[in-house]
Design a protein around this ligand. Structure first.
Ligand code: COA
Length: 145
C-alpha cells in the first residue's frame, strides 16, 4: 500500500488505465472515468490521505480522498477486475479509516450491492440521499474543536 503522493509521478498513467478497466467492467461505478489529470489534481490532503495498492509495482486498487470542511470525502474506490474478491478494497479501506480521524463520507449508487456490502463491513452507514438518487454514507465520528 502506498500514499498517492509517493507514487503519483510514476503511476498516474497506470492509475488512469486501471480506472478505465474498472469503468468498462462495472455497471454502477461513476459516470465518467477519471483521466490521469484527475488523479494528479491537487485537492486538500489528497496526496497524503489517498492510498494505492500495488502488485509487483503495478496499481491494482485505490482509495482517493480529500479533506473537506466537514470531514474527509472519498472520491473513488476501485479494484482491478482481475483482483476483485481478494480483499484489496477491504484492506485499503481499513488502513484508510485507521489513518483518518473524524467523519469520512462517500456517495454510492444504490444498485452497487458489492460496494455497499464492502462499505457496511468497513463501518459505513447510510446517512441520506444525494443527487441522482445516490446514497450518502459516512463512517467515523465528528472531531470537535
Ligand atoms: C466494490 C469494489 C471496490 C470491491 O473491491 P474488492 O477489492 O473486490 O473488495 P474485497 O475483495 O475487499 O471485498 C469485497 C467483498 O465482496 C466480494 N466481491 C468483491 N468483488 C466481487 C465480485 N466482482 N464478484 C463477487 N464478489 C465480489 C468479496 O469476495 C468480498 O466478500 P467477502 O469479504 O465476504 O469475502 C470492486 O468490486 C470494484 O472496484 N467495483 C467497481 C468500482 C466500484 O463500484 N467502486 C465503488 C463505487 S461507490
Amino acid at each position: 500500500m502506498h500514499r498517492l503522493g509517493d507514487v503519483m509521478d510514476e503511476l498516474r498513467g497506470q492509475l488512469a488505465e486501471l480506472e478505465q478497466r474498472v469503468h468498462e467492467a462495472s455497471s454502477h461505478y461513476d459516470d465518467e472515468p477519471w483521466q490521469a489529470e484527475n488523479f494528479a489534481r491537487h485537492l486538500p490532503g489528497k496526496h497524503e490521505l489517498s492510498l494505492v495498492a500495488t502488485v509487483r509495482g503495478k496499481p491494482v486498487g485505490f482509495v482517493i480522498a480529500s479533506r473537506r470542511p466537514e470531514g474527509t470525502h472519498i472520491h473513488r474506490v476501485a479494484t482491478d477486475p482481475r483482483h476483485q474478491g481478494t480483499g484489496i478494497a477491504s484492506r485499503l479501506l481499513a488502513l484508510f479509516l485507521a489513518r483518518t480521524p473524524g467523519i469520512v463520507t462517500l456517495i454510492c449508487d444504490p444498485r452497487n450491492r458489492t460496494a455497499l456490502d464492502l462499505y457496511a463491513r468497513a463501518g459505513f452507514r447510510v446517512t441520506g440521499t444525494a443527487a441522482e438518487g445516490k446514497l450518502s454514507l459516512a463512517a467515523g465520528t465528528p472531531l470537535y474543536r
